[in-house]
Design a protein around this ligand. Structure first.
Ligand SMILES: Nc1ncnc2c1ncn2[C@@H]1O[C@H](COP(=O)(O)OP(=O)(O)O)[C@@H](O)[C@H]1O
Ligand SMILES: [Mg+2]
Length: 301
């Protein structure tokens, strides 16, 4: 992929998706850009994922939740081709990474960016150098252009220009996440994978990060696959949510689908004390976000 001018809407269908960001959740006909079908992943005798299926659609923020240790990071790494799977198929942009030619793989790798749960940045490199790592790996461009592009990314994620020459140890937690996001955006990807990007941030820092991600979705048409434990983020920023449990995707849909689910884990998660406080603080009076059962108890349809 050539280094495009990041200030103009990038090529190939991203811009139209950006015009119609929607929080409609279910039943939308946007292009599916990732499909997982019957994916099984084992480590030794331990099965982590079994016959898992799900889709990711262009231009959405998909929130991926599940109890700790259920395999959220494993699934993400499997989609990225970093973990082997025992069976099933995964297609990203219509390409089965496992069966793809080197050329196809290279093309796919340039269309995704990743912010891993651990090790968001290389500690021995400045922010600017960190952002240039994927550029050096995939692009054949001059150091000067690489520097300019990296500075554009720094601006894009809301960091001050002087962050460029700082080392990770000189940055706050929120700045590190932004810098890591800038690196994930280095190649102008169509999709970014974010593994618990707001963990460790205070609520304001986390909300600011969510705002940034929503802005990128709306302006770039970016698709965001976000593993998160952050209920605020799920309620506020995610267009759709997938819940991992019992080695598969238990429930998939918008926030109302989560609130209506009668799966015990989903119920306790989305109706727990913290979730209730978010619903009470943020719901418009017209939005009745209680489960169907409770609404019909009031005589509503
Ligand atoms: N490379 C690996 N080898 C063996 N077991 C692993 C490996 N990676 C993850 N696991 C195991 O898979 C399970 C799911 O891990 P993980 O995906 O990190 O959970 P989480 O949902 O918290 O992200 C855990 O039991 C973990 O120990
Ligand atoms: Mg994890």
């Amino acid at each position: 992929m050539p280094p495009s001018d990041t200030e103009t809407p990038p090529e190939s269908g991203r811009a139209p998706a950006a015009q119609t960001p929607s929080r409609s959740g279910g039943g939308d006909d946007r292009e599916v850009i990732i499909t997982c079908r019957d994916v099984t992943v084992r480590f030794g005798s331990k099965t982590i994922l079994e016959n898992l299926s799900m889709d990711v659609r262009r231009g959405e923020i998909l929130g991926f939740v599940g109890a700790s240790g259920t395999g959220k990071s494993v699934l993400l790494r499997t989609i990225l081709g970093l973990n082997a799977k025992q069976s099933g198929t995964i297609e990203v942009f219509g390409i089965d990474y496992e069966r793809a030619s080197d050329e196809e793989r290279l093309a796919v790798e340039q269309r995704w960016g990743v912010l891993f749960q651990q090790g968001a940045l290389f500690s021995s490199l400045t922010v600017l150098e960190n952002i240039q790592v994927p550029m050096r790996e995939y692009l054949d461009i001059s150091p000067k252009l690489m520097g300019e592009l990296a500075r554009l990314k720094i601006d894009l994620v809301g960091l001050a220009a002087d962050a460029a020459d700082k080392y990770p140890s000189e940055l706050s937690g929120g700045m590190i996440k932004r810098a890591a996001l800038a690196r994930a955006l280095a190649l102008d990807p169509d999709i970014v994978f974010l593994d618990e990007p707001t963990s460790g941030l205070d609520p304001i820092g986390a909300a600011d990060f969510d705002d940034l991600v929503m802005t990128l979705r709306d302006t770039l048409g970016l698709t965001v696959y976000q593993v998160t434990h952050d209920l605020d983020s799920l309620f506020r920023a995610c267009d759709r949510i997938a819940v991992l449990g019992q080695k598969r995707v238990l429930v998939e849909g918008d926030i109302q689908t989560m609130l209506d689910s009668d799966d015990p884990w989903v119920r306790s998660y989305f109706h727990g004390k913290r979730a209730r406080s978010i619903v009470t603080d943020e719901a418009e009076p017209a939005d009745d976000v209680r489960p169907k059962a409770e609404r019909s108890a009031d005589g509503e349809a």
